[in-house]
Design a protein around this ligand. Structure first.
Ligand SMILES: NC(=O)c1ccc[n+]([C@@H]2O[C@H](COP(=O)([O-])OP(=O)(O)OC[C@H]3O[C@@H](n4cnc5c(N)ncnc54)[C@H](O)[C@@H]3O)[C@@H](O)[C@H]2O)c1
Length: 402
């Protein structure tokens, strides 16, 4: 196809803005055909239509090739099915659906529409994880026997998303494991390619951000909290958003004045012990694969750093990866450390996924290729939903066939 791929962006929050930025850096590849969001401030110089809802955008009959869905989780399923029905290709943020049933309905709609549904698995496209995959699949540590994978969220980010924010109440979305760790299950799917999963067990709970752990005298909002309580609270919104600045990217206006106002008035200024949250704050998943390979995935809120650390054990050595470097430690021969070049958000994954999205649409492959792309992405969701079933029922679940 000639010219840039034209896409309507549904949901102009953090993710929507990240994808929109590609139009500025790669105008020959990607053009915004419209933006939909009920509250966001749209660019003042926008030369495309804007709408207040995703439905209005899809009903407008705009000339576009694709739709990018960066809406809240619960809107992924209805908007994706409708966009496919209108004949658009879709870049769909994860989670694909809030239930396995919604995921399967999206698969059915994709097969009928014969269009691309690319899932927002930005890590899959990040140079670091591409390199790690290459190293793991090279066989340099023999046959994999076990993998220990930690998804450490950091106490500030976890409080933001899973205690005070969008994913604090499980019934409103997918639960923390599906929301956060479908990325990790997707990476695991890569590393175990060709092996089927036999059994899954999962344990997890909300241990700490509960009303009974609220310090004596704590107020409902951090700014009203007595100094003697607040000074001793690491989750104090003023410390998390004002003194530290690394979480400010969650807000359209990152200025000091706007952040202070946000702490005073928004849900993000609430006491973490008074948020009505029920999301787990930590969870472990144990998986057994055909041939005996075992994998542990640990999702943890209470970490200092936001990172992922993976330790691979094989019959001839180990690999340790920490999102910065990959250390290969063979039992025979010298150790090697690889530091893949990375720049941009999600280690470059935000940019690379857009490059891939545009490339696939322009390639216009056989529709069966589109189905394979979605099927590969769905496997991580299938496993994540099975893990949730295990946690909720207290049983070990058979992985069954793909
Ligand atoms: N791939 C990743 O690594 C990654 C990272 C973060 C979030 N996500 C996913 O991306 C999605 C969006 O997350 P976010 O962090 O950008 O959230 P966000 O809250 O910043 O953005 C969502 C936007 O959707 C808008 N919206 C709500 N209802 C709407 C409607 N009816 N019509 C149009 N717009 C509507 C909201 O006003 C908001 O601006 C979520 O599903 C999340 O799970 C993915």
């Amino acid at each position: 196809m000639e010219g840039p791929v034209k896409a309507i962006i549904l949901g102009y929050g953090i993710r929507g803005r990240a994808y929109a930025a590609y139009a500025n850096t790669h105008p020959d590849e990607f053009e915004i055909a419209g933006l939909a969001d009920p509250v966001a401030e749209f660019p003042a110089d926008a030369k495309y239509p804007t709408w207040k809802s995703w439905e209005a955008a899809l009903d407008a009959g705009v000339d576009a090739d694709a739709v990018i869905i960066s809406l809240p989780d619960r809107l992924h399923y209805p908007s994706c099915v409708k966009a496919l029905g209108k004949g658009y290709h879709v870049l769909l943020e994860k989670p694909i659906g809030c239930t396995w049933g919604e995921c399967l309905a999206i698969k059915k709609a994709q097969i009928e529409a014969k269009k691309l549904v690319l899932t927002g698995y930005v890590l899959r496209f990040a140079p670091f994880y591409k390199k790690l995959r290459e190293v793991v699949s090279s066989g340099c540590i023999g046959e994999l026997t076990s993998v220990h994978h930690l998804a450490a969220i950091s106490y500030g980010k976890a409080a933001h998303a899973y205690c005070r924010g969008n994913w604090s109440v499980e019934a409103k979305g997918t639960g923390m494991l599906v929301n956060k760790c479908t990325h990790d299950f997707d990476l695991i799917e890569w590393w175990t390619k060709g092996k089927s999963i036999k059994k899954i067990s999962s344990f997890g709970s909300l241990m700490h951000w509960r009303p009974e752990n609220r310090p004596e005298g704590a107020a409902d909002r951090c700014m009203d909290c007595p100094a003697r309580v607040r000074d001793n609270c690491p989750f104090d919104a003023y410390k998390v958003y004002y003194e530290r600045t690394d979480l400010r990217y969650h807000f359209a206006d990152e200025s000091d004045a706007a952040i202070l106002k946000m702490i005073e008035t928004s849900p993000y200024g609430r006491c973490v012990y008074a948020c009505g949250n029920d999301s787990v704050d930590h969870q472990t998943v144990l998986m057994e694969y055909e041939g005996g390979l075992t994998i542990i995935l640990e999702m943890e809120s209470y970490s200092q750093q936001r990172t992922r650390i993976t330790h691979f054990y094989g019959t001839r050595g180990e690999i340790i990866a920490d999102e910065h470097k990959i250390e290969i430690l063979p039992f025979l021969g010298d150790s090697t450390t690889i530091i893949p070049a990375q720049h941009g958000h999600h280690g470059g994954g935000d940019r690379e996924i857009m490059t891939e999205f545009v490339k696939i649409i322009r390639m216009n492959p056989d529709p069966s290729r589109y189905t394979k792309i979605l099927e590969a992405a769905l496997e991580s969701h299938r496993i994540a939903f099975l893990a949730e079933e295990s946690r909720r029922t207290g049983t070990t679940i058979g992985g069954s066939s793909k």
